[in-house]
Design a protein around this ligand. Sequence first.
Ligand code: NOJ
Length: 746
Amino acid sequence: MKNRRLPIVLLLVTIMFASSCKTKPGDVASLYNKKADSIIKLMTLDEKIGQVSLFTSDMSLTGPTMRNDYIDLIRQGKVGAVFNAYTVDFVRNLQKIAVEETRLHIPLIFGYDVIHGHRTIFPINLGQAASWDTAMIEKSERIAAIEATAEGLNWVFAPMVDIARDPRWGRVMEGAGEDTFLGSLISAARVRGFQGSSLSDNNTVLACVKHFAAYGAPQGGRDYHVVDMSERSLYEWYLPPYQAAVDAGVGSVMTSFNEIAGVPATSNRWLLTDLLRDDWKFDGFIVTDYSSLNELIPHGVASDLSQASELAMNAGVDMDMQGSAFLTQLTDLVKSGKVSEETLDNAVRRILVAKYKLGLFDDPYKYCDKKREAEEIMTPEHRSFAREFVAKSCVLLKNNNTLPVPKSARTIAVIGPLADSKMDMLGFWFGAGQFDKAVTLVEGIKNKVGSTVNLLTAKGCNVNDNDLSGINQAVSTAKKADFIILALGENFMMSGEAASRTDISLPGVQMELAEAIIRTGKPVAVVLFNGRPLAIPKLDKMAPAILETWFGGTEAGNGIADVLFGDVNPSGKITMTFPLNVGQIPIFYNSKNTGRPINRENPYEKFKSNYLDSPNTPLYPFGYGLSYTTFSYSDIKLNKQSFGGTEQIIASVEVKNTGDRDGEEIVQLYIRDLIGDVTRPVKELKGFMKVLIRKGETASISFTIYPKDLSYYHQDMSYSYDPGDFELFIGTNSTDNKKTEFSIID
Ligand code: NOJ
């Protein structure tokens, strides 16, 4: 704090507001706006353009570094925020330049991709979603925010809430899966976790919901590709999770790389201004994705960077990530009147207000606390929560009386290319996570069994090449064991950004390894590591047990071992459909019936909506996941059969734990609107409940929904529900459930 000087005028402005305004919560926004305006009045055009420019720092082997030309720009007041810069000393040095060497002493914001943890890395987001546990998800973001702020950060490029129905797209690992209802709840939970109860606290971060909008629907699952869909699908399926983040108070929004119906998101005035600001009342700032402003040129809507900048700023973009476009073009654009100074001022105000909210004007070094950096990162509490979260994200896909590993197993072989691969445990977007601190499956099992078990290991093959030479040795290792754990899947680089695949089966020769090991006739449990649903029908047929573990993060091996050895009974359920084959994609549970629905008795009947060579049904449906115990569902009871428009619809079931151990079940409620103004999905998730049911006990579960929860966009795009008949389903996944009917009478 010493050496910090505020210019006299700013100091006066600050004192004036501090003394004259007794702030009620509702007044804070207007107070910050006024404060920001008083600064804007002092700013030169160059300084304003600086505030709307964001640049990256780099990472070298010794830690973060910053290009000299960017440091010069900071010194000239031409940078508003920096990303990828963290660790207290590094951030403090950059902040010092901004605060002490620039004319107006405006602090920088520091952003980073904190996607599934900062230093303590949690399971990838698709795995977290499989827990259906919004409280745990919120807590994981709270921890991520504590760790990130302890290292100088105050802005995270998360949550990513893109709904995705195409597992070829590598970025499905970052999202919550295919369902809008669940995705919206998770979106809000993440914002709450990051932003806490007040952005002015020193351990909360400004969240940035992304990628606005519909980035998760690229044609062919190819990253950055065109998105083209009906307005109705956009509103109904893709937009709600972003809106949920806005409603939860998210402080910033990131535009997406894609176009929507011909207009790139970054120059889309309808999306950024009419919808986001005017309809949804978003009052934070909008940042582009990395150079997405410059990409308006190859998109073919701007002939040069000047036009691209004009389009983006007039569409509603406030900050340019890494493009240098605003920095180099806005002076001329404002002088020529193509971008009004008022538009630029509005952008600057939103960014300054964020800095006020974060408390950076009060103390620009508030996130630069060496003590916190030493004490609040990767604490035993954070790691133990991470371990618990790994276990909660695991999904048991198949189990023929194989798992948990029997206590009688004295020699266990852990085989496969992912058995002991530290590099692959964290998954893509591992933030500041460290591979060397990650627990592999072999390590987790060793931690669990100690010296009570003879542990053998063999790699067998690599993740993704054609080398069969290790398989024989793996087979002889397997033959010596009482039980085999086979770790297969993708490496961590096969999902994430720019990691789309056309073939989503097990890569390389892993299926050959699996066949050879399974043919030994020994009990085998496959442990899958992957960032997307895989098409693995053959593995499903052959393997006695399959546990989906995604990429679990720092505590991966320990959390998986907890499940494998029965200390935790798996309860996760997949939130993206696993297809039988790539040809079925897009395949998702809330599809339409069509005019020629498949004949279930004769799935290959001609002139029905089906394939000649594949069933329509997936390998594992949305919401699917097994337990070491079993649950049986009673028939559904409704409080009434028909309901007026404001009446509660209460649906109840009894769920009995019919197995021999306690277990958690995620009870799911789906609805079908039988006749609509436009066609309606065959099922839509409208509620769920995760309950612990002790062995032999029965839980009474009831859901309350209202007719308004059944609203949808009609032909005229009005949003309402229909009187008429509905089907209601409650069950263990989207296909295995009990059914009843009800009607709405007005
Ligand atoms: C590009 C990615 O699309 C986005 O999600 C990320 O936040 C930025 N790069 C910054 O790293």
